[in-house]
Ligand binder design. Structure first.
Ligand code: 13P
Length: 256
């Protein structure tokens, strides 16, 4: 049974005080979660431990790092290794967000190294993929996403890919207020699941959670999450507003 996940990506927003206030407002809502549902908070590095402590007594709530280094350890000033993240008991790490690909030149090859280090250090990677508007307009999105998955993930074993979460985030829908329609999201998610099935078999593919990201909000979350191959969302802007994110968590599918 694959997990349904509402993941908040705070990006480079909020002070520690503002972040903890937001977390506490979400905790106060005492959201009922099914065993197959999770809320994940990808917060800036300096807030990881405090956020983990804040949610420690709340079942099905987890914390994620937003990135990890592509090298194991050593003289890489300013970097944070997968081992370091694991050493403070953080279970998740976002890898390959489009903002990192664009502003920090992270290539599919670099991301493959990060994925390997994350898995070797018992972190669950949330691997982001997704096309630009130009690629979508030339109707090349399927091949583009297939290449991203192929070059960063398809060296993994069946066991390793089973531990990985995928987030499809069309770049044209990130922070723009433009959302992929639920049909466009479903179409791409089904495509990703088919690529995974062709490589690893349908049993493995059926158990991998594929999240949608790009202008998910309280008003569109049920529509998007109800699609059969959409297993929740990776949420930017709306995750910074308590009521928005509470509704988004409550919009996760209930799988019996
Ligand atoms: P928005 O929800 O602000 O569009 O951001 C999506 C995103 O990039 C999540 O990782």
């Amino acid at each position: 049974m694959r997990k349904q996940i509402a993941a908040a990506n705070w990006k480079m927003n909020l002070t520690l005080k503002e972040g903890l206030k937001l977390i506490n407002e979400i905790l106060e809502a005492k959201i009922f979660m099914e065993p197959t549902q999770e809320a994940v908070f990808a917060v800036p590095f300096p807030y990881l431990i405090d956020t983990k402590n804040a949610i420690a007594d709340t079942p099905n709530f987890y914390v994620a790092a937003q990135n990890c280094a592509s090298e194991k350890q050593g003289a890489y000033t300013g970097e944070t290794s997968a081992q370091m993240i694991n050493s403070i008991n953080i279970p998740y790490v976002i890898i390959g967000h489009s903002e990192r690909r664009e502003y920090y030149q992270e290539t599919n090859e670099i991301l493959a190294k990060k994925i390997n280090l994350a898995l070797a250090n018992n972190l669950t990677p949330i691997f982001c993929c997704g096309e630009s508007l130009k690629i979508r307009q030339s109707d090349k999105q399927n091949e583009y996403v297939q290449k991203q998955l192929g070059e960063s993930l398809f060296h993994l074993s069946e066991e390793q890919i089973s531990k990985t979460i995928i987030a499809y985030e069309p770049i044209w829908a990130i922070g723009t207020g433009l959302t992929a329609s639920s049909e466009q999201a479903q179409e791409m998610h089904a495509h990703i699941r088919k690529i995974l099935a062709d490589k690893y078999g349908s049993v493995v593919a059926e158990n991998i959670s594929i999240l949608y990201g790009g202008s998910v909000k309280a008003i569109n979350a049920v529509d998007i999450f109800s699609q059969p191959d959409v297993d929740g969302g990776l949420v930017g802007g709306a995750s910074l507003v308590a009521n928005e994110f509470i509704t988004i968590i409550k919009s996760l599918k209930k799988i019996q």
